[in-house]
Design a protein around this ligand. Structure first.
Ligand SMILES: O=C(O)CCC(=O)C(=O)O
Ligand SMILES: [Fe+2]
Length: 161
């Protein structure tokens, strides 16, 4: 996160203290039964700052939607993690970073396991575009302020109910 803060033109500590000094992180171990096109992980964006996904090296199941609206594969690259930008980083960066829509369909003949680490802001943090990011994107904020915990609860309720 310090590298991302620097890349955005800020101090390395933009995502610490009241923003993410007490990060509401979650690690999830997810199993996907083989040969199932009907269950998996439906299309969604991740909620927080940054997600690191460690997936099986030999199963191609994760897909991301590109700007043309097509689903494209994100095949595993052994020894690497997939990094997803979350909704909070999209807001902080005023859209310089996109929280990409993705889904998981395991139509392979093998059970797939993924370990996903979600690095989030503090639960109660009110997230709004950083000044440095507004300056780089024309001056105006493109997204309204969102309280991370409220966003999380509303996404979980709409995703899982
Ligand atoms: O299983 C994966 O590769 C990704 C899972 C995912 O997108 C999520 O849990 O948010
Ligand atoms: Fe995800």
């Amino acid at each position: 996160m310090r590298g991302i803060a620097l890349a955005l033109g800020g101090s390395p500590y933009e995502f610490e203290g009241e923003r993410a000094g007490d990060a509401f992180w979650v690690m999830r171990l997810i199993g996907y039964p083989e040969l199932r096109n009907d269950i998996g992980c439906g299309a969604h964006t991740d909620y927080g700052l940054l997600t690191l996904v460690n997936q099986d090296d030999d199963i191609n199941a994760l897909q991301v939607r590109n700007l043309s609206g097509e689903w494209i594969s994100a095949p595993p690259v052994p020894g690497t993690f997939v990094c997803n930008i979350g909704d909070m980083l999209k807001i902080y960066s005023n859209g310089l970073y996109e929280s990409t829509l993705h889904q998981v369909i395991n139509s392979s003949p093998k059970y797939r396991v993924c370990v996903a680490y979600f690095y989030e802001t503090n639960f109660d943090t009110a997230v709004e575009p950083l000044d440095i990011c507004k300056q780089k994107t024309g001056g105006a904020k493109k997204f309204e302020r969102a309280v991370y915990g409220e966003h999380l609860v509303s996404k979980v309720q709409t995703n899982f109910v």
